[in-house]
Design a protein around this ligand. Structure first.
Ligand SMILES: Cc1cc2nc3c(=O)[nH]c(=O)nc-3n(C[C@H](O)[C@H](O)[C@H](O)COP(=O)(O)OP(=O)(O)OC[C@H]3O[C@@H](n4cnc5c(N)ncnc54)[C@H](O)[C@@H]3O)c2cc1C
Length: 286
């Protein structure tokens, strides 16, 4: 934001130095969290699946192992340009070579409409770097977990769910997955099976905002959460998806007595969100 530039602040993650520089980082170190260095990888597309309307699952084999915290993302170079786009890893960190990405088509989008949904094929090479991001599962927190995902915002949440259920941690988790209609929801069977296999550990609430279908909750994720939870006190929440949905979820959670320190968010913003200037500053930590 302009006022932050005036204060001499900069987003080093997307700046290009013109000469040698010394960077002094004021980095929060959280107990129990391992920070994994960013590295460059070459990936090969192993599978492409149309898993929901305008939604693709890409399986990509990397040329080396990647270490990351569940919830983090990669930057993918768009071929023929100097542009990168960010996509969250949906696989758990235990899958070190094979990554899963969920990509939603954006009409007129450079990477999605112009490449991933147009001419990307199995066997293509991808240039990726990572891991990035501060949206990841906080293992040290023992409170019950609310996971709220809109659209492909499911990707980092799926990574978290698989990681937690495979490990020592004992947190109870509830996943609210939202979409307009049933054709836009994906991985429903995957999460229903997990719910059956792990009663008491994992609850699943698929929510449809524009359709009534047996076996699905009706309403926005925030409506369903509002109906089900009298209070969210003593929980921790992870929210991911389009910025308006994330904002609405945070309002609902705070109205249910959850404090900002208990809410972790990832906004899947794109170039139009950046251009409209409606974003919170990325310099804010949450
Ligand atoms: C941390 C993070 C993680 C993400 N993870 C995922 C993920 O796992 N899955 C996923 O599907 N998405 C994810 N995203 C979103 C993703 O990075 C891309 O923004 C999205 O795929 C759209 O990219 P695109 O190049 O196709 O569209 P863009 O080129 O960004 O265009 C998007 C829209 O904006 C319009 N537009 C372009 N430039 C301008 C301009 N200057 N002014 C006004 N309008 C403009 C375009 O016409 C189009 O309609 C994530 C975003 C972030 C920030």
């Amino acid at each position: 934001m302009e006022f932050e530039r005036d204060e001499g602040k900069a987003l080093l993650c997307c700046a290009r130095p013109r000469s040698d520089v010394v960077v002094e980082g004021d980095v929060d170190v959280e107990e129990g969290v391992t920070t994994h260095p960013v590295r460059d990888f070459t990936g090969t597309v192993a599978a492409i699946e149309d898993c929901a309307t305008d939604t693709r699952r890409l399986t990509v084999d990397l040329d080396d192992d990647i270490a990351f915290n569940p919830g983090q993302y990669l930057q993918v170079s768009v071929p023929g340009t100097r542009v990168t786009r960010t996509y969250s890893m949906a696989n758990p960190p235990s899958d070190r070579r094979r990554i899963e990405l969920h990509v939603r088509r954006v009409r007129g989008g450079l990477a999605t409409d112009g490449w991933i949904f147009k001419n990307l094929v199995i066997g293509d090479e991808l240039r990726v770097s990572g891991p990035y991001g501060r949206f990841f599962f906080h293992e040290m927190r023992n409170e019950p977990v609310l996971l709220i995902a809109g659209g492909t915002g499911l990707a980092p949440i799926k990574s978290m769910v698989q990681h937690v259920l495979a490990g020592e941690a004992q947190q109870q988790m509830t996943l609210y997955q939202g979409a307009r209609s049933v054709d836009m929801l994906y991985d429903v069977d995957f999460f229903r099976t997990l719910e059956e296999e792990r009663p008491g550990r994992f609850r699943y609430r698929p929510c449809l905002s524009a359709q009534e279908v047996d076996g699905f909750e009706t309403g926005l994720v925030t409506d369903v959460l509002d109906r089900e939870m009298a209070s969210c006190r003593d929980h921790v929440a992870y929210v991911c998806g389009p910025p308006p949905m994330v904002d609405a979820a945070i309002k609902t959670l705070m109205g249910k007595r959850l404090f900002p320190r208990d809410i972790y968010r990832e906004d899947f913003f794109d170039e139009s969100d950046k251009a409209s200037g409606g974003l919170k500053s990325p310099l804010l930590k949450r």
